[in-house]
Design a protein around this ligand. Structure first.
Ligand SMILES: [Zn+2]
Length: 249
C-alpha cells in the first residue's frame, strides 16, 4: 500500500506490516483497553518513523549522487530502500551506507539535548521524558546494530566497499559475506547460551547475507555474459545498469 511521496520517493507499507500493527493494537487493548492500544501502536509507529528517517538518510545520499530511488518499503523487520542502480564506486557506497546510521546518531544527539534527566515521580506512569529516553536508546541501538559488518546491514556494505578498494567486487562480497557468517554463528552460539529466543535473528541475517552474496554472483555472471556479447558485436564494453536494492534489519 502506497502512503505518500517525499521528493519523489514513494513510501509503501507491506501487508505484513499492517498485520503487525493489528497484533500490537490487539495486545495493547487486552493489556490496558483503549489507553493500552494507543500506547502500543504509538510506540510502534514512533519506532518506524525513525526507521523511515534512517532510510531517507540513505535515499538523500543516493539522490545526491544522481542515483534514482524507487521507494521505501516498510516490513515488520524494518525498512528497505530500493534504488534504480548502485554504481560500484566504493567511496559513494560507503557514504550512502553511512547516511542511514548517521540519521540515528543525529536523533540520539537531538534527544540527548532536549530530553530532561531523571525526575522522581510515579514509577508506573510513562512520562514524556521516559518515552524520550527510550527513543534515544532505540536510535542508539538501531544505529550501532546497522553498523555490524554483516549483510544486509549497512556495516556489511561498508566492509564490502572498503574491501572493494583493494579486491574485485565479487571477492570483496565473498569476504564481507564470510565475515557476516562468522558473526552470525558467534551470535547464534551466544543467543543459544543466554537467550534462545534471540536465535532467530542471526539465522535471519545469515539467510539474507547468503541471498545478497548469491545476487551479486548472479549479477556478475549476467554482466560477464553481456560483456561477451558486446565484444562479439564490437559494441561498448559497459554492462547495463542492473537494479539493486538495499535493505535493513
Ligand atoms: Zn541502513
Amino acid at each position: 500500500m502506497n502512503l505518500f511521496c517525499v521528493r519523489g520517493i514513494r513510501l509503501a507499507v507491506h501487508g505484513t506490516f499492517l498485520a503487525l500493527l493489528a497484533v500490537v493494537a490487539a495486545y495493547g487493548w487486552i493489556e490496558d483497553g483503549f489507553a493500552g492500544l494507543l500506547l502500543q501502536t504509538g510506540a510502534l509507529l514512533t519506532v518506524f518513523v525513525c526507521v523511515v528517517l534512517h532510510e531517507l538518510g540513505h535515499c538523500f545520499a543516493a539522490l545526491h549522487y544522481g542515483i534514482g530511488v524507487r521507494r521505501i518499503l516498510l516490513l515488520p523487520v524494518g525498512g528497505m530502500a530500493e534504488f534504480d542502480s548502485m554504481p560500484r564506486e566504493p567511496r559513494r557506497e560507503i557514504i550512502i551506507a553511512l547516511a542511514g546510521p548517521a540519521v540515528n546518531f543525529a536523533l540520539v544527539a537531538l534527544l540527548w539535548a532536549v530530553v530532561p534527566g531523571e525526575v522522581p515521580g510515579d514509577p508506573d506512569a510513562i512520562t514524556w521524558a521516559e518515552a524520550g529516553r527510550l527513543l534515544l536508546q532505540w536510535n542508539l541501538i538501531m544505529g550501532l546494530f546497522n553498523l555490524l559488518p554483516a549483510f544486509p546491514m549497512d556495516g556489511g556494505r561498508i566492509l564490502r566497499a572498503a574491501l572493494a578498494m583493494r579486491l574485485d567486487y565479487t571477492r570483496a562480497t565473498f569476504w564481507a559475506a564470510t565475515t557476516a557468517k562468522i558473526l552470525c554463528v558467534t551470535g547464534l552460539i551466544a543467543a543459544a547460551w543466554y537467550r534462545p529466543i534471540w536465535m532467530a535473528l542471526p539465522i535471519f541475517i545469515f539467510v539474507l547475507g547468503e541471498l545478497e552474496y548469491r545476487a551479486v554472483k548472479r549479477r556478475e555472471i549476467e554482466e560477464e555474459h553481456w560483456r561477451a556479447r558486446a565484444a562479439r558485436f564490437g559494441l561498448v564494453d559497459e554492462p547495463p545498469l542492473l537494479a539493486s536494492h538495499e535493505s535493513e534489519g
